[in-house]
Ligand binder design. Structure first.
Ligand SMILES: Cc1cc2nc3c(=O)[nH]c(=O)nc-3n(C[C@H](O)[C@H](O)[C@H](O)COP(=O)(O)O)c2cc1C
Length: 188
């Protein structure tokens, strides 16, 4: 069996993003479970606000790169911050760009297994936004796992190195990351 290819992505552009730290931890657990994992930081990519006029002049290089990485992947670990009960503009923008399909090409999100995470300093952990991202990704052909994890009061469970210092949360993040690796390995 070949190692499944997993992309780890967070929907925040913030340097000290809690969601980025959480998905880095999920990525570490997936790696320990035998997957090939690549962390992609949205802030490192030059992705303009989607505009069909820009698209008509050619897909931006970083969007093309993101699409190629998604196409090559079996699964996605995704941490989606909650803004006003929904997903961030940065994440929706990246999904909108990557969902555009050149003639004859495979849609980038099609048949990718996705494990959804959210993290928030608030009490619900960003849970409300996960319904929206689940809907959006299902609409572009991804297979979103039924299990998901929203981490409330996230600022209290990460140490200064971005590692989870709460065994109960670490166990839950690890279990969901492992579940993704197990399902994605059947596609690889
Ligand atoms: C515009 C805006 C709206 C927000 N709305 C919510 C919300 O609906 N629910 C919530 O739990 N946190 C909300 N927050 C707080 C975020 O959860 C918090 O800023 C978090 O750190 C963002 O994720 P990040 O650390 O990965 O960047 C909001 C923050 C911003 C800037």
């Amino acid at each position: 069996m070949t190692a499944p290819k997993i992309i780890a992505l967070a929907g925040s552009l913030r340097k000290d993003s809690f969601n980025q730290q959480l998905i880095n931890e999920a990525a570490r657990f997936a790696l320990e479970s035998g997957a090939e994992v690549e962390i992609i930081k949205l802030a490192d990519l030059n992705i303009p606000l989607f505009n069909q006029d820009i698209e008509a002049q050619g897909t931006p290089a970083d969007v093309q790169l993101l699409k190629e990485k998604l196409r090559a992947a079996d699964g996605i670990l995704l941490a989606s911050p909650e803004y006003n009960g929904s997903i961030t503009a940065a994440l929706k923008n990246a999904i909108d760009w990557a969902s555009r399909t050149e003639q004859g090409a495979v849609p980038a999100f099609r048949n990718k297994v996705v494990a959804l995470f959210a993290a928030s300093p608030g009490g619900l952990g960003g849970l409300r936004g996960l319904n929206h991202v689940r809907d959006i990704l299902s609409g572009v052909g991804s297979l979103v796992l039924a299990d998901q994890l929203a981490v409330p009061a996230v600022h209290t469970i990460l140490d200064e190195n971005g590692q989870i210092n709460n065994p109960n949360t670490a166990e839950k993040v690890s279990a969901l990351a492992q579940q993704l690796v197990t399902v994605a390995s059947k596609l690889s």
